[in-house]
Ligand binder design. Structure first.
Ligand code: UD1
Ligand code: CA
Length: 459
């Protein structure tokens, strides 16, 4: 067999992507469309779209049906076209609905399933490269060998991957059901071949559907060979239920953890750390057990995130430390060597270089200067029930424990706020602000008090 070179450049305007997403997803029992359920915080459909970016597709078409408004709203901002399949008459019928959207397109069409989200760009490229092989297969199918082949379509092929046809489980003989090579559903076909073959599909089969898979047999009958290439079962895992969604999430997380460690991140207990689709981690970052990353987190080199912290929409500078038990919310921006300690929540706030917020504190809508020290129990009172206000703490300022900083308020550089203060007015640089009743001392009072009370009790 002639081989193709897989580093063959895939030119910018020759691949179109068709993603099938018309299925109801009944088994999800959800008001949210199946392909919009998130994996690592991003709708599974958008994982697929992101992976196709490497092919620089000339056009992407999502075939919608049930719940189409939700899918359209999700892809419209990305400039992706949709095609409506009003009735679900089968996968072949679904692909045929993309014909108008692909009018005039003459390149290669990659067919994906919206509910099979983990397919990698490398595998997509392998499919397109195989389609462009010297033997010009009519159809390239992505096959896999699941532990339990169940009701998947079976790929009838020889050892070299030359494919005769695909037979659906419902239509298969006992001998065909014994075949272990299964159809993932994903295919690559030149556009001219694809729509000519789809025109010839019938629905005379056990399901009464227009099977996309029948294009392989139809091509064969017309003297065109087709090819199957294989990939691992995890990569083509589909999502039909909440259980499978959790399984795909687990597979994605396992890959991401392995990638993080390969990139030079220490994960002490990898299985307990949960990443988002866009988490960015520097070298020599240490992530302790049970840390959860929401979307939009950047962690610079050498930072440490201690156990049981929840971090979302935050930037963590070089050498900074977070937690244990810290919560960084969107807009938290920790500069180098800053420290956010246990039971501290930070939202929309800069924590300057080397500044410390070590215990039991809420910092919201604030700028904390470099080297400042925020004492235990400090609260920025940023909200009056209607509007939010900013707190500014200058460089090297010291905020005593259990202070309330009532925003808007400015604490000057180097100022000291006495413990327990409720600060409602600006504090000058290097000043002391003491906002609490002065202490009254009465020598011997406690002893006299006890004598009096004991005497009364004895009486
Ligand atoms: C299909 C394949 C089967 C393969 C299996 C892999 C056919 C005939 N069979 O099975 O060989 O092993 O996928 O999972 O292609 N869809 C539509 N419109 C329709 C029907 C389906 O958009 O009218 C979409 C679904 O939303 C889903 C995908 O196509 O994303 C596959 O549909 P599904 O019903 O799960 O495929 P099967 O027929 O079970
Ligand atoms: Ca299925």
């Amino acid at each position: 067999m002639t081989t193709h070179s897989s580093d063959q450049p895939i030119s910018g305007h020759s691949v179109a992507v068709v993603i099938l997403a018309a299925g109801k997803g009944t088994r999800m029992k959800s008001d949210l469309h199946k392909v919009l359920h998130p994996i690592a915080g991003r709708p599974m459909l958008l994982h697929l779209v992101a992976s196709t970016a490497a092919l620089r597709p000339a056009k992407t078409v999502v075939v919608t049906g049930a719940g189409r408004e939700q899918v359209e709203a999700a892809v419209a901002p990305l400039g992706i076209a949709t095609a409506l399949q009003a009735e679900q008459l089968g996968t072949g019928h679904a692909v045929a609905q993309a014909r108008a959207a692909l009018a005039g397109f003459e390149g290669d069409v990659l067919i994906l399933y919206g509910d099979v989200p983990l397919v990698t760009a490398a595998t997509m490229q392998r499919m397109i490269a195989r389609l462009r092989g010297d033997d010009s297969p009519a159809v390239v199918v992505l096959g896999f060998r699941p532990a339990n082949p169940g009701a998947y379509g079976r790929v009838i092929a020889d050892a070299a991957g030359r494919m005769d046809r695909i037979v659906e489980y419902k239509d298969a003989s006992e001998a065909e059901r014994a075949v272990t090579l299964c159809n993932s559903g994903l295919m690559a076909v030149r556009s001219a071949d694809l729509f000519a073959l789809l025109d010839r599909l019938g629905n005379d089969n056990a399901a009464g559907e227009y099977y996309l898979t029948d294009i392989v047999g139809l091509a064969g009958a017309a003297g065109r060979s087709s090819a199957v290439i294989e990939t691992g079962a995890d990569e083509v895992a589909g999502v039909n239920s909440r259980g499978e969604l959790a399984g795909v999430e687990a597979a994605w997380q396992a890959m991401r953890r392995a990638q993080a460690m390969a990139d030079g991140v220490t994960l002490i207990a990898p299985d307990t750390v949960w990443f988002a689709h866009d988490t960015v981690l520097g070298r020599d970052v240490v992530v302790e057990p049970n840390v959860v990353f929401g979307a939009g987190v950047h962690v610079a080199d050498g930072a440490t995130i201690h156990a049981f912290s929840h971090v979302e929409g935050a930037t963590i500078g070089k050498g900074a430390t977070v937690g244990p038990f810290a919560r960084l919310r969107p807009g938290a921006d920790l500069h180098a060597d800053a420290k956010v300690g246990n039971f501290v929540e930070v939202k929309k706030a800069v924590i300057g270089e080397g500044a410390k917020v070590s215990h039991l504190t809420y910092i919201g809508d604030a700028d904390i200067g470099a080297g400042a020290n925020i004492g235990a129990g400090t609260i920025t009172c940023n909200y009056d029930g209607y509007f939010k206000y900013r707190t500014v703490v200058g460089e090297g300022a010291f905020i005593g424990s259990n202070s309330a900083l009532v925003a808007p308020v400015n604490i000057g550089a180097g100022a000291i706020v006495a413990a327990g203060s409720v600060v409602t007015a600006d504090v000058e640089a290097d000043a002391l602000a003491l906002v609490r009743p002065e202490q009254i001392a009465k020598p011997g009072w406690a002893a006299r008090f006890r004598e009096r009370m004991l005497a009364r009790k004895r009486a």
